[in-house]
Design a protein around this ligand. Structure first.
Ligand code: IPE
Ligand code: IPE
Ligand code: MG
Length: 251
């Protein structure tokens, strides 16, 4: 029989355990106000602060956000520099508060191109917050879903694992976020309906939610609307409605 990691049907919970967000629309938020794009990114950090708090309050255990994709290096050099600067400042100023609030902080992605200072701050923040349990907050920075699968394959080969021992479970162990449940709910703000090379493998059975709200405008009410949409979904993981035992015709 075909064996798939999705065969182990996760327990259904009303509140998503793991929410993954593509925080998009900062540039358009700024343009609408005739401000430089970086003003939108700054406002985006504020919105993120609110969403982290709201996730904790709602009993969401894991939040993963896309902050900088492996493709975002293609942006104008000055925007990339400003984004790196903002990332560094956020690491300097926000981590203590995350720790106070019981939040475990991690970064996923290829950290090699970042400055020594940013890499040190990330290492320190991860070590400081490693034992916190209220919420795991993961930031995807220089992350790409294809890179993730590739780095997992490289690790498999380096570990000398033979081809006949490679199955979904083995590969999954080497992916970023291997220790977390797969995202239950994916949110993309900013109106685009695409994955943009975010968590490709991990989103296989995630419920997708797209909203036109620009990321800096994404507030508690917007988060609650996404959660409410999730709660209306019937997650079948390949089975029929009847097998799940929920009312037929439920949306
Ligand atoms: C998302 O907002 C933030 C990053 C990609 C860093 P954008 O900067 O993509 O905003 P838009 O899509 O141009 O409005
Ligand atoms: C995706 O947003 C990456 C982040 C939010 C960090 P983009 O705005 O870069 O996505 P595309 O390129 O328009 O799909
Ligand atoms: Mg964008």
């Amino acid at each position: 029989m075909f064996k798939s990691s999705s065969q182990a049907v996760p327990e259904r919970t009303d509140i998503p355990r793991h929410v993954a967000i593509i925080m998009d629309g900062n540039g358009r938020w700024a343009r609408k106000r005739l401000l430089p794009r970086v003003a939108g990114h700054r406002k985006g950090v504020e919105a993120l602060r609110g969403v982290i708090r709201a996730c904790g309050e709602r009993g969401i255990h894991h939040l993963t956000v896309f902050a900088f994709s492996s493709e975002n290096w293609r942006r104008p050099a000055d925007e990339v520099t400003l984004l790196m600067d903002l990332f560094m400042r956020a690491l300097e100023n926000e981590v203590a508060k995350l720790h106070e609030n019981g939040i475990r902080f991690r970064v996923i992605g290829d950290l090699a191109p970042f400055s020594d200072r940013i890499r040190d701050l990330i290492r320190e923040a991860e070590a400081l917050t490693a034992n916190n349990t209220l919420l795991t907050f993961s930031v995807a920075a220089n992350y790409g879903g294809r890179w993730d699968v590739l780095q997992a394959v490289r690790q498999l080969i380096a570990a000398g694992i033979s081809a006949d021992r490679v199955d979904e479970e083995t590969l999954t162990q080497y992916l970023c976020l291997a220790d977390l449940p797969e995202p239950d709910l994916f949110i993309r703000t900013g109106g685009e309906q695409r994955i943009s090379n975010f968590l490709l493998w991990q989103l296989a059975y995630t419920e997708l939610y797209f909203t036109d709200a620009l990321w800096p405008d994404f507030d508690n009410a917007a988060l609650d609307a996404a959660i409410a949409s999730y709660q209306q979904r019937e997650r079948r993981f390949g089975r029929t409605s009847e097998q799940i035992g929920s009312p037929v015709g439920r949306q």
